[in-house]
Design a protein around this ligand. Structure first.
Ligand code: ATP
Length: 227
């Protein structure tokens, strides 16, 4: 098995192919992310970072090229296999928390585990432990509306890690927060990622945050350039 948790080779993606408004978003992307490596993806708005993260996380398929997750080549694999690998190996974080409003913080972290076959008691214990690690154990019973923006994102981080993924993909995880909060919440995310030895690709416009990761790559004209 490859030691790369994520390997992208020759990924291309166009929207509206063949039409006058064709957009060639990705033009040959090669990227290796090793075990425990945290990579900053820096890109101007519209450069295609969401497209790239969705392809890497098996939510979308490339026009050409190969996606390997934990050494498994996903090319041509059916939806069931892709969903299984995505659920067990990949965690997603977005700019907005997307928590279920009618459930508590704890329940939001428990539910994906139940969907993955974990017992209720084990899922609750893991959820409580994750909340503790991001410093909001005392907010477990609060619904999202009763949490601050920073707390909501911390819960979203816990939910993304609930099933013990190998790869975390984050799209502007603190982009919706004011600068002071963003800094603290980002530090909590990095502690969580480092503490679990997880590999991550974290998209950010913030160069200070990017500098705290192991490596920075820039998406420019559909290709990746090392910074
Ligand atoms: N379904 C689609 N159909 C047509 N064009 C699309 C589609 N999705 C994205 N695009 C175009 O592809 C380009 C890349 O989009 P993408 O969302 O990946 O960019 P992004 O870098 O994540 O941008 P942002 O930072 O603003 O979210 C943009 O020009 C966008 O308008």
């Amino acid at each position: 098995m490859s030691e790369n948790v994520l390997r992208l080779s020759g990924i291309t993606k166009a929207y509206n192919r063949g039409a006058p408004n064709e957009v060639n978003v990705l033009r040959g992307i090669d990227l290796d992310v090793g075990t425990g490596e945290v990579v900053a993806l820096v890109a101007p708005s519209g450069a295609g970072k969401s497209t790239l993260l969705h392809i890497a996380g098996l939510l979308d398929t490339p026009d050409a090229g190969k996606v390997e997750i934990t050494g498994q080549d996903m090319t041509g694999r059916g939806d069931r296999k892709r969903t299984r690998v995505r659920r067990s190996d990949v965690g997603f974080i977005y700019q907005f928390h997307h928590l279920l409003p009618e459930f508590s913080a704890l329940e939001n972290i428990v539910l994906p585990q139940l969907a993955n076959g974990v017992s209720k008691a084990a899922a609750e214990a893991r959820a409580q432990e994750l909340l503790d690690r991001v410093g909001i154990a005392d907010r477990a019973d609060h619904r999202p509306a009763a949490l601050s923006g920073g707390e909501q994102q911390r819960v979203a981080f816990c939910r993304a890690l609930a099933n013990g993924p190998k790869l975390l993909l984050a799209d502007e995880p603190t982009g919706n927060l004011d600068p002071g909060t963003s800094d603290q919440v980002f530090a909590a995310l990095m502690d969580l990622v480092r503490g679990t030895g997880l590999s991550a690709v974290i998209a950010t416009h913030n160069l200070d945050l990017a500098a705290r990761m192991d490596r920075q790559i820039r998406l420019d004209a559909g290709q990746l350039v090392a910074d």
